[in-house]
Design a protein around this ligand. Structure first.
Ligand SMILES: Cc1ncc(COP(=O)(O)O)c(C=O)c1O
Length: 371
């Protein structure tokens, strides 16, 4: 975490203070109202729950500080991604998306955008660094990519995309605004699944779009009102609470991930390992210029499906679940969702367990370990 991220995090923790009257609660209330008192005069801060309400506002205020941008909250990462793409595309437009990123984004391209007349071109993350952007309206990137952890130079890509007349949308889910700031590097919009590290406890779906173009953000906010893609107040409350500890959780998770990645890399049962924080990783040179650390995700390849499944079953400190960024270390074989990775490839999301206890459990569960 650099000084900018630390200062933003400190502001996040006190963001409500200036607006509090004597005796008002420090934590934001969970406002469940769908209607707000609205006699004749217009101009009230809130009037109907689909248009805006105070618990979302509290989270948007936190995220706006972290992103240094305007933020619109959504009920999931996919809702945020859809909103950003719908606002920047139209029939006849052309978008480039990663062929090796989060697979539901690809499905959205194939099953929704293409049906509405958008040309969707899938390109592997690393090839986007050199792909020809001529004729494209939007270049949609995910860096580090999920699950392969390939890294794109955001600033270089944004400069090329802008020269070609395209906007850049960056999915920053694997990093969060505390670890990487794509808007500062030239991206036009950031999208993220706050379901992951920001919520952090595997109990709330949430997402957001961030951007610095007021007109574009107004379209996205109005799009939320028109599509009704609105977050629930309980989830907003949970995410607000989660974000307050995001920095301390990330610090533990990323520090542990760096330790575990280095040990896994040296382990004889591990066929291949991806962690952008390791000097030896093919993504490291770019990663160190734009990521504040190596993150909390590790790509780990064992011999085959049977060996990988046996490892996941044997390790009592790995939750066998399909998400990441939570307090519990989690792992899964991504080939089970059709990702183009080896059958023995596991995406490991390192949690907040004390690192030596976690490593002892991982080592014991690996082939040749003492279970
Ligand atoms: C990189 C990435 N973006 C977006 C999403 C979608 O987020 P959500 O599940 O909140 O819709 C995910 C979910 O796994 C993801 O990994």
């Amino acid at each position: 975490m650099d000084e900018v991220a630390k200062a933003r995090m400190a502001q996040v923790l006190h963001h409500r203070k200036a607006g509090l009257a004597l005796g008002e609660p420090v934590a934001p209330p969970i406002s469940v109202a769908t209607t707000f008192h609205l006699p004749e005069a217009q101009g009230a801060a809130y009037y109907y729950g689909r248009s805006g309400q105070p618990t979302w506002d509290a989270v948007e205020a936190q995220l706006a500080l972290l992103e240094a941008a305007e933020v619109v909250a959504f009920p999931s990462g996919m809702a945020a991604i859809s909103a950003a793409l719908i606002a920047t595309l139209r029939a006849g437009a052309k978008v480039m998306i990663p062929s090796d990123g989060y697979y539901v984004t690809r499905l959205l391209g194939r099953d929704l955008l293409a049906v509405y007349g958008v040309e969707v071109v899938e390109v592997p993350t690393l090839e986007m660094a050199v792909a020809d952007f001529t004729g494209f309206d939007v270049i949609y990137i995910e860096t580090p990519s999920n699950p392969g952890l390939d890294v794109l130079d955001i600033a270089a890509l944004a400069a090329r995309a802008h020269a070609a007349g395209a906007k850049v949308i960056a999915d920053n889910t694997t990093m969060t605004p505390l670890l990487q700031r794509p808007l500062d590097l030239g991206a036009d919009l950031v999208v993220a699944a706050d379901t992951k590290a920001p919520a952090g406890h595997s109990d709330a779906l949430f997402g957001h779009v961030a951007g610095r173009d007021a007109n574009l953000m107004a379209r996205i906010r109005e799009g939320r009102r028109q599509t009704g893609s609105v977050p629930g107040p309980f989830e907003a409350y949970l995410v607000h609470r989660g974000i307050e500890t995001l920095e301390v959780r990330l610090a533990r998770m990323c520090e542990s991930a760096a330790v575990i990645a280095a040990r896994l890399k040296a382990h004889p049962a591990v066929r291949a390992l991806r962690y952008p924080g390791l000097d030896s990783d093919p993504s490291h040179a770019v990663a160190r210029t734009q990521m504040l650390n190596g993150g909390f995700l590790i790509g780990l390849e064992l011999a085959d499906e049977a060996e990988a499944e046996a490892f996941l079953r044997a390790c009592p400190l790995i939750e066998q679940a399909t998400s990441f960024g939570g307090v519990h270390t989690a792992g899964e074989r991504r080939a089970r969702w059709g990702d183009k990775v080896a059958p023995g490839f596991i995406r490991l999301s390192v949690g907040v367990e004390p690192v030596e206890v976690l490593w002892t459990a991982i080592e014991a569960a690996l082939p040749g370990g003492k279970t």
